[in-house]
Design a protein around this ligand. Structure first.
Ligand code: SF4
Length: 171
């Protein structure tokens, strides 16, 4: 049952982040990301999801890289790299950094978002962690609300959305 609720929480987190993705990086003070070159041979597959009962949060980064005794989560995205990583991708990676710290006992200095043609390192700063924790708290508040309103006016976004069939606010 715990796994069910954890899975549900992650699903809702994904939905919430999608809703919130209209927020600008500047507004949230997110790090923009540094382009880096990585050796994919050093990436290790993650077998089991990471889970923290205190946060009620679970998630599985695509890979972990060990560097100087610390673990760096890697999130793989299909498609070409945008000019800068999307906020939703940064928050997803930040949630993996948080889970790595909680479950493995050491804080990743950064995480990696891997697009087809470029990798970005995202510094896991205290500001990013605080912004993520704010979102998680806001999401928990929204869980108790009857309805959460759409935060954008983009028909194109709704057209590609996986929740389109069940969403009452689709454009
Ligand atoms: S269909 Fe549109 S409004 Fe509904 S969740 Fe998806 S993106 Fe948001």
């Amino acid at each position: 049952m715990i796994v069910f609720y954890a899975g549900l929480f992650l699903l809702m987190l994904a939905l919430f982040l999608f809703w919130q993705s209209g927020r600008t990086q500047k507004a949230a003070g997110l790090p923009g990301g540094r382009v880096i070159y990585t050796d994919t041979h050093a990436w290790g597959k993650v077998e089991k999801p990471l889970y923290d009962s205190g946060l009620g949060l679970t998630g599985k980064p695509d890979y972990l890289v060990e560097k100087n005794g610390r673990y760096i989560p890697v999130e793989v995205k299909s498609g070409h790299a945008p000019q800068a990583p999307y906020d939703s991708h940064i928050y997803q990676l930040a949630s993996y950094c948080l889970l790595v710290e909680k479950t493995m006992g050491s804080r990743p200095p950064y995480g990696i978002i891997h697009y087809e043609d470029r990798d970005f390192a995202i510094d896991y700063t205290q500001e990013l962690e605080d912004a993520l924790l704010d979102i998680l708290a806001e999401m928990r508040r929204d869980e108790r609300r009857e309805a959460v309103n759409r935060s954008h006016e983009s028909g194109a976004r709704c057209a590609k959305c996986g929740f389109r069939e069940v969403c009452e606010q689709k454009l």
